[in-house]
Design a protein around this ligand. Structure first.
Ligand SMILES: Cc1cc2nc3c(=O)[nH]c(=O)nc-3n(C[C@H](O)[C@H](O)[C@H](O)COP(=O)(O)OP(=O)(O)OC[C@H]3O[C@@H](n4cnc5c(N)ncnc54)[C@H](O)[C@@H]3O)c2cc1C
Length: 195
Protein backbone atom coordinates (compact mmCIF):
# COMPACT_ATOMS: atom_id res chain seq x y z
CA UNK A 1 0.00 0.00 0.00
CA UNK A 2 1.32 3.44 -0.89
CA UNK A 3 1.25 6.00 1.89
CA UNK A 4 0.72 9.61 0.82
CA UNK A 5 2.47 12.29 2.86
CA UNK A 6 1.97 16.03 2.51
CA UNK A 7 4.74 18.29 3.85
CA UNK A 8 3.56 21.87 4.37
CA UNK A 9 6.37 24.42 4.11
CA UNK A 10 9.46 24.20 1.90
CA UNK A 11 11.91 25.79 4.35
CA UNK A 12 14.91 23.83 5.62
CA UNK A 13 12.74 21.69 7.95
CA UNK A 14 10.16 20.84 5.26
CA UNK A 15 12.61 19.89 2.51
CA UNK A 16 14.74 17.86 4.95
CA UNK A 17 11.63 15.95 6.01
CA UNK A 18 10.61 15.43 2.38
CA UNK A 19 14.10 14.26 1.36
CA UNK A 20 14.20 11.74 4.24
CA UNK A 21 10.71 10.27 3.89
CA UNK A 22 10.86 10.16 0.08
CA UNK A 23 13.65 7.56 0.42
CA UNK A 24 11.27 5.17 2.17
CA UNK A 25 9.68 2.58 -0.13
CA UNK A 26 5.95 2.88 -0.67
CA UNK A 27 5.68 6.57 0.19
CA UNK A 28 4.46 9.40 -2.04
CA UNK A 29 5.47 12.87 -0.88
CA UNK A 30 4.06 16.23 -1.91
CA UNK A 31 5.65 19.48 -0.67
CA UNK A 32 3.37 22.52 -0.46
CA UNK A 33 4.51 26.09 0.05
CA UNK A 34 2.70 29.38 -0.26
CA UNK A 35 5.62 30.91 -2.18
CA UNK A 36 7.18 30.11 -5.56
CA UNK A 37 9.81 27.37 -5.55
CA UNK A 38 13.15 28.54 -4.18
CA UNK A 39 11.81 31.80 -2.75
CA UNK A 40 12.56 30.96 0.95
CA UNK A 41 9.85 33.22 2.38
CA UNK A 42 10.27 31.93 5.95
CA UNK A 43 13.04 32.08 8.57
CA UNK A 44 15.36 29.94 6.45
CA UNK A 45 15.85 32.81 4.02
CA UNK A 46 16.79 35.20 6.87
CA UNK A 47 19.27 33.12 8.84
CA UNK A 48 22.98 33.89 8.51
CA UNK A 49 23.46 30.19 9.19
CA UNK A 50 25.69 29.85 12.24
CA UNK A 51 25.71 26.26 13.48
CA UNK A 52 27.20 25.90 16.94
CA UNK A 53 27.34 22.19 17.68
CA UNK A 54 27.36 22.39 21.48
CA UNK A 55 24.12 22.52 23.44
CA UNK A 56 23.83 21.85 27.16
CA UNK A 57 21.13 19.31 26.26
CA UNK A 58 23.19 16.44 24.74
CA UNK A 59 20.30 15.37 22.47
CA UNK A 60 20.43 18.80 20.78
CA UNK A 61 24.20 18.49 20.32
CA UNK A 62 23.56 15.14 18.59
CA UNK A 63 20.90 16.77 16.40
CA UNK A 64 23.32 19.56 15.40
CA UNK A 65 26.03 16.98 14.61
CA UNK A 66 23.60 14.96 12.47
CA UNK A 67 22.51 18.14 10.66
CA UNK A 68 26.11 19.10 9.87
CA UNK A 69 26.82 15.55 8.71
CA UNK A 70 23.89 15.91 6.27
CA UNK A 71 24.81 19.46 5.14
CA UNK A 72 28.48 18.59 4.55
CA UNK A 73 27.49 16.17 1.79
CA UNK A 74 25.34 18.73 -0.04
CA UNK A 75 26.25 21.17 -2.79
CA UNK A 76 24.40 23.15 -5.43
CA UNK A 77 25.97 24.73 -8.52
CA UNK A 78 29.45 24.35 -7.08
CA UNK A 79 28.62 25.86 -3.66
CA UNK A 80 29.01 23.87 -0.42
CA UNK A 81 26.15 23.36 1.99
CA UNK A 82 28.40 23.79 5.02
CA UNK A 83 31.71 25.53 5.69
CA UNK A 84 33.49 24.44 8.88
CA UNK A 85 34.95 27.86 9.65
CA UNK A 86 34.90 27.41 13.45
CA UNK A 87 33.24 29.56 16.10
CA UNK A 88 34.36 31.83 18.91
CA UNK A 89 32.65 32.65 22.22
CA UNK A 90 34.21 35.90 23.41
CA UNK A 91 34.30 37.16 27.02
CA UNK A 92 34.60 40.84 27.89
CA UNK A 93 34.41 40.43 31.70
CA UNK A 94 35.98 37.98 34.17
CA UNK A 95 32.51 36.54 34.85
CA UNK A 96 32.05 36.06 31.12
CA UNK A 97 35.39 34.28 30.94
CA UNK A 98 34.32 31.89 33.71
CA UNK A 99 31.08 31.21 31.81
CA UNK A 100 32.78 30.49 28.47
CA UNK A 101 35.27 28.19 30.24
CA UNK A 102 32.37 26.40 31.99
CA UNK A 103 30.72 25.86 28.60
CA UNK A 104 34.02 24.70 27.16
CA UNK A 105 34.29 21.98 29.85
CA UNK A 106 30.71 20.84 29.18
CA UNK A 107 31.49 20.74 25.45
CA UNK A 108 34.57 18.55 26.04
CA UNK A 109 32.47 16.25 28.26
CA UNK A 110 30.23 15.66 25.21
CA UNK A 111 33.27 14.66 23.14
CA UNK A 112 33.71 17.89 21.17
CA UNK A 113 36.99 19.81 20.94
CA UNK A 114 37.50 23.37 22.20
CA UNK A 115 40.47 25.61 22.85
CA UNK A 116 40.60 28.34 25.51
CA UNK A 117 42.28 31.47 24.08
CA UNK A 118 43.69 34.60 25.70
CA UNK A 119 42.75 38.03 24.31
CA UNK A 120 45.73 38.20 21.96
CA UNK A 121 45.02 34.76 20.50
CA UNK A 122 41.32 35.61 20.11
CA UNK A 123 42.12 38.86 18.26
CA UNK A 124 44.53 36.99 16.01
CA UNK A 125 41.88 34.38 15.22
CA UNK A 126 39.20 36.94 14.27
CA UNK A 127 40.72 40.42 13.90
CA UNK A 128 37.55 41.91 12.40
CA UNK A 129 35.43 40.76 15.34
CA UNK A 130 37.58 40.89 18.47
CA UNK A 131 38.55 44.21 20.05
CA UNK A 132 41.65 43.04 21.92
CA UNK A 133 41.70 45.77 24.62
CA UNK A 134 38.10 44.91 25.60
CA UNK A 135 38.53 41.14 25.34
CA UNK A 136 39.28 39.06 28.46
CA UNK A 137 39.50 35.76 26.63
CA UNK A 138 37.57 33.38 24.39
CA UNK A 139 36.84 29.77 23.56
CA UNK A 140 37.34 28.44 20.05
CA UNK A 141 34.97 25.77 18.71
CA UNK A 142 36.79 24.29 15.68
CA UNK A 143 33.87 22.13 14.50
CA UNK A 144 31.31 24.95 14.27
CA UNK A 145 30.54 26.55 10.96
CA UNK A 146 28.17 28.23 8.57
CA UNK A 147 25.29 26.44 6.88
CA UNK A 148 24.30 27.93 3.54
CA UNK A 149 20.53 27.54 3.67
CA UNK A 150 19.86 28.34 0.02
CA UNK A 151 22.32 25.66 -1.11
CA UNK A 152 20.97 23.09 1.38
CA UNK A 153 17.32 23.68 0.49
CA UNK A 154 18.00 23.53 -3.26
CA UNK A 155 20.06 20.32 -2.93
CA UNK A 156 17.55 18.58 -0.63
CA UNK A 157 14.60 19.64 -2.81
CA UNK A 158 16.40 18.13 -5.83
CA UNK A 159 17.14 14.95 -3.84
CA UNK A 160 13.50 14.67 -2.79
CA UNK A 161 12.32 15.29 -6.37
CA UNK A 162 14.77 12.65 -7.67
CA UNK A 163 13.13 10.05 -5.45
CA UNK A 164 9.65 11.06 -6.58
CA UNK A 165 8.56 13.87 -4.24
CA UNK A 166 6.39 16.44 -6.00
CA UNK A 167 7.03 20.13 -5.33
CA UNK A 168 3.82 22.18 -5.60
CA UNK A 169 4.24 25.92 -5.81
CA UNK A 170 2.14 28.77 -4.45
CA UNK A 171 -0.08 26.62 -2.28
CA UNK A 172 -1.34 28.23 0.92
CA UNK A 173 -2.81 26.18 3.76
CA UNK A 174 -5.25 27.82 6.15
CA UNK A 175 -8.17 26.94 8.39
CA UNK A 176 -11.44 27.52 6.62
CA UNK A 177 -14.00 26.20 9.09
CA UNK A 178 -13.68 24.85 12.64
CA UNK A 179 -12.15 21.38 12.46
CA UNK A 180 -11.24 21.65 8.78
CA UNK A 181 -8.20 22.77 6.82
CA UNK A 182 -8.03 23.44 3.10
CA UNK A 183 -5.32 23.95 0.54
CA UNK A 184 -5.87 26.73 -1.94
CA UNK A 185 -3.50 26.53 -4.90
CA UNK A 186 -3.15 29.48 -7.24
CA UNK A 187 -1.55 27.19 -9.84
CA UNK A 188 -4.51 25.39 -11.43
CA UNK A 189 -6.90 26.85 -8.79
CA UNK A 190 -7.28 23.53 -7.01
CA UNK A 191 -8.91 23.42 -3.62
CA UNK A 192 -8.46 20.22 -1.62
CA UNK A 193 -10.41 19.79 1.62
CA UNK A 194 -8.87 17.67 4.39
CA UNK A 195 -10.08 16.68 7.81
C1 LIG B 1 16.82 36.66 11.60
C2 LIG B 1 17.01 35.17 11.86
C3 LIG B 1 18.30 34.69 12.04
C4 LIG B 1 18.50 33.32 12.31
N1 LIG B 1 19.78 32.85 12.43
C5 LIG B 1 20.02 31.54 12.61
C6 LIG B 1 21.34 31.04 12.64
O1 LIG B 1 22.31 31.77 12.50
N2 LIG B 1 21.51 29.70 12.85
C7 LIG B 1 20.44 28.86 12.99
O2 LIG B 1 20.66 27.65 13.15
N3 LIG B 1 19.17 29.30 12.94
C8 LIG B 1 18.93 30.62 12.75
N4 LIG B 1 17.66 31.09 12.70
C9 LIG B 1 16.57 30.13 12.88
C10 LIG B 1 16.35 29.33 11.58
O3 LIG B 1 16.35 30.22 10.48
C11 LIG B 1 14.99 28.60 11.67
O4 LIG B 1 14.97 27.78 12.82
C12 LIG B 1 14.74 27.72 10.45
O5 LIG B 1 14.98 28.43 9.25
C13 LIG B 1 13.30 27.22 10.50
O6 LIG B 1 13.07 26.50 9.31
P1 LIG B 1 11.63 25.98 8.96
O7 LIG B 1 11.75 25.20 7.69
O8 LIG B 1 11.03 25.33 10.17
O9 LIG B 1 10.74 27.31 8.76
P2 LIG B 1 10.71 28.37 7.56
O10 LIG B 1 12.04 28.58 6.93
O11 LIG B 1 10.05 29.59 8.13
O12 LIG B 1 9.80 27.69 6.46
C14 LIG B 1 8.39 27.63 6.57
C15 LIG B 1 7.84 27.58 5.17
O13 LIG B 1 6.44 27.35 5.28
C16 LIG B 1 5.78 28.18 4.36
N5 LIG B 1 4.46 28.45 4.91
C17 LIG B 1 4.17 29.10 6.06
N6 LIG B 1 2.85 29.16 6.25
C18 LIG B 1 2.28 28.50 5.22
C19 LIG B 1 0.94 28.22 4.86
N7 LIG B 1 -0.09 28.61 5.61
N8 LIG B 1 0.71 27.52 3.72
C20 LIG B 1 1.76 27.09 2.94
N9 LIG B 1 3.05 27.34 3.23
C21 LIG B 1 3.30 28.03 4.35
C22 LIG B 1 6.62 29.45 4.23
O14 LIG B 1 6.46 30.07 2.95
C23 LIG B 1 8.03 28.89 4.39
O15 LIG B 1 8.65 28.61 3.15
C24 LIG B 1 17.40 32.43 12.41
C25 LIG B 1 16.10 32.93 12.20
C26 LIG B 1 15.91 34.28 11.92
C27 LIG B 1 14.50 34.78 11.69
Amino acid sequence: MTRRIVVIGAGIAGVTTAACVSEVDGVDVVVLDRGPRGSLLGSTGLAPGLVGLFNEAPVLTKLAQASVHCYTDLSDRGLNGFDRVGGLEIATTPEGQREVERRSELTNAQGLATQVLNARQAAAAAPALVDEPRCVGAVHYPDDGVAHAGVIVAALADRAAATGAIPVQRCGFRDRRPGRTGASCTRGHRRVPHR
